[in-house]
Design a protein around this ligand. Structure first.
Ligand code: ZN
Length: 95
């Protein structure tokens, strides 16, 4: 099946508006497939919550809680390290 032609500019625009959201239960980005929150997701979250960093931490703590449960179910051995998950979901937003 032929893929409709998408110009590089259109493609960039489409990526920019598509939110970098996590795909559960693996917690990979829907757009770039990196472990979520990927770099674009972090930037988008920082912009979205720039007036309320406490709310951002609360949101990310909820994600950490859900992700820990999902990832432990997926990979019981070796289980994901709590320190790594904390750094990935929460530590980056604290600065
Ligand atoms: Zn992404």
């Amino acid at each position: 099946m032929a893929t409709p032609y998408v110009s590089p500019a259109q493609d960039r625009q489409r990526r920019a508006v598509r939110p970098h959201l996590p795909m559960r239960p693996r917690w990979l980005c829907r757009v770039c497939a990196a472990p979520w929150p990927c770099q674009p997701a972090r930037l988008l979250l920082l912009m979205e919550y720039r007036r309320d960093r406490v709310a951002l931490s609360v949101y990310l703590a909820g994600c950490l809680f859900d992700a820990t449960a999902d990832l432990l179910t997926l990979n019981p051995r070796p289980e994901p390290s709590p320190g790594e998950l904390f750094d990935r979901f929460l530590a980056w937003a604290a600065a």
